[in-house]
Design a binder for this molecule. Structure first.
Ligand code: DLL
Length: 443
């Protein structure tokens, strides 16, 4: 892979200059939020913060944190800073219990977003010679359109095939000479597996795939190696990170040295905090990532708590970039599951189950990785164990539970109705999720 840098001025700026720029932009942002967004105005007044009180970057600590709950409470547009006539795109999270989180973009926001993604994909090795299949779902999810515009910006050939339909994905890959995919790591692996199954003894000769721009869910180095080996032919995969509340993809991405994800620091200030005490941690310590969006105006985020766990390295990288690097996300401080690229909260399933009178309140979510795709089994107790003998009734109930959960999550699941009192009870916090991915039974 070739080492190229999309925006040398910004990506290789001295630490001194980047911090100067961040401070200038932070002050402008606080002023903007104070003047244009009632929610932030109240928060800033409560904390006694005004733009001119921000004298150094560390004064950011006086700004209150923003959370997903704040976004839900101000649904849909109350945190927008720009009038609707200036909002030219909206995305939203998949959240189906309570309000989804909705984000709006001005034209400048979209330009900045494609600039951020352009940096990420060039750092990973993409170029105007890339033919890229985007295997993320197009729609309200930020992944597909985010990568799409960034890749077009660098002159790559974009194939907006969207998610699923594996056979067609593989056919287009072979016929178009696709050399790059954008996918979740699990789908990247699933595609490779399917390619092998499809095509006899020398399957990979038919594919020209060289680069995987993988993101939107965690991927251990072991899994990455497995994906690379499956594709063979020198296939090389990089990780990139983002979240819809902070534009989407583009916050950070690995360069070809793969030693952390370079952050677009002229657009984002990243801090790491202790999720319990909420104290800001020292440089290099591991904790929850908190992000401030310096240039976003549609819906700016002041110190947004991502719940993602990582640490940040400030040493310059061998690639020439001076930007700080996030370590790969270790996990989340809350319990969100990502199944085949879809965010699943146990509470969504819980609220789907409540109200079905034949089943109890105890449930368990078993996540497995089968043939490299994630599966979710929802185990739930019957109130009347006798139903286990009445097959027609049992089947009808199972279908009802299944359909209800599926309509909320939008993904396929299996439902197991089990004997009363057979699911483990806890005296403290219940552990509802049994995550068997990566454990031996799922391989
Ligand atoms: O997943 C945005 C994105 C799309 C990023 C495509 C990269 C590529 P959300 O759907 O809002 O946005 O989910 C955000 O996904 O808080 C993390 O928990 C997780 N996540 C995203 N990227 C990574 C990654 C998009 N590279 C949530 N590694 C985040 C681990 C990731 N987790």
């Amino acid at each position: 892979m070739k080492n190229s840098i999309w925006n040398r001025d910004m990506e290789c700026m001295s630490r001194n200059n980047i911090e100067k720029l961040q401070l200038e932009r932070l002050r402008a942002l606080v002023d903007y939020c104070d003047r244009n967004i009632k929610f932030y105005h109240n928060r800033l007044v409560g904390a006694g913060v005004t733009a001119d009180k921000i004298k150094t970057l560390s004064d950011i600590q006086y700004i209150p944190y923003t959370t997903k709950t704040d976004l839900r409470d101000t649904y849909p547009f109350k945190m927008f800073g720009a009038p609707m006539k200036d909002i030219i795109r909206i995305h939203a999270s998949s959240g189906t219990t309570g309000n989804p989180t909705v984000v709006g973009y001005t034209r400048e926001d979209l330009d900045n977003w494609s600039e951020q993604v352009a940096r990420v994909v060039v750092a990973a090795g993409a170029s105007d010679e890339s033919i890229v299949q985007i295997c993320f779902g197009y729609g309200m999810f930020t992944g597909a359109l985010g990568l799409h515009y960034g890749l077009e910006k660098i002159g790559a050939t974009v194939v907006p095939i969207s998610s699923g339909n594996t056979e067609k994905q593989l056919k287009f890959m072979r016929d178009f000479g696709t050399n790059t995919i954008v996918a979740t790591p699990s789908y990247g692996l699933y595609l490779a597996e399917s390619a092998w199954e499809d095509s006899g003894n020398h399957p990979m000769d038919q594919y020209h795939l060289r680069l995987g721009l993988l993101g939107s869910e965690g991927c251990t180095p072991e899994l990455r190696e497995q994906i690379e080996n499956r594709w063979g032919n020198g296939f090389f995969a990089t990780d990139n990170y983002g979240m819809s509340e902070l534009n989407g993809p583009g916050i950070s991405g690995e360069c070809i040295n793969r030693c952390g994800l370079h952050i677009a620091e002229d657009h984002f200030i990243c801090e790491v905090i202790n999720s319990q005490s909420l104290d800001v941690l020292d440089k290099g310590e591991t904790g929850e990532l908190v992000v401030t969006t310096l240039t976003k105006r549609g819906i700016p985020m002041l110190r947004y708590r991502t719940k993602d766990i990582t640490h940040i390295d400030y040493e310059p990288c061998a690639c020439g970039r001076t930007s700080a690097r996030m370590h790969k996300i270790i996990g989340r401080s809350d319990d969100m599951l990502k199944i085949r690229g879809v965010n699943v909260f146990p509470s969504q399933i819980e609220s789907a189950l409540i109200g079905i009178t034949e089943i109890g309140a105890h449930y368990q979510l078993v996540v497995r990785r089968k043939k490299f795709a994630d599966t979710l089994e929802v185990r739930v107790e019957l109130i009347d164990g006798g139903l286990l003998e009445r097959y027609a009734e049992l089947e009808a109930l199972q279908k009802r539970v299944h359909d209800r959960i599926k309509s909320i999550l939008g993904i396929e699941i299996t439902v197991s109705l089990v004997e009363p009192k057979s699911i483990e009870r806890f005296t403290g916090k219940a552990q509802r999720v049994v995550d068997l991915r990566g454990k031996e039974e799922c391989k």
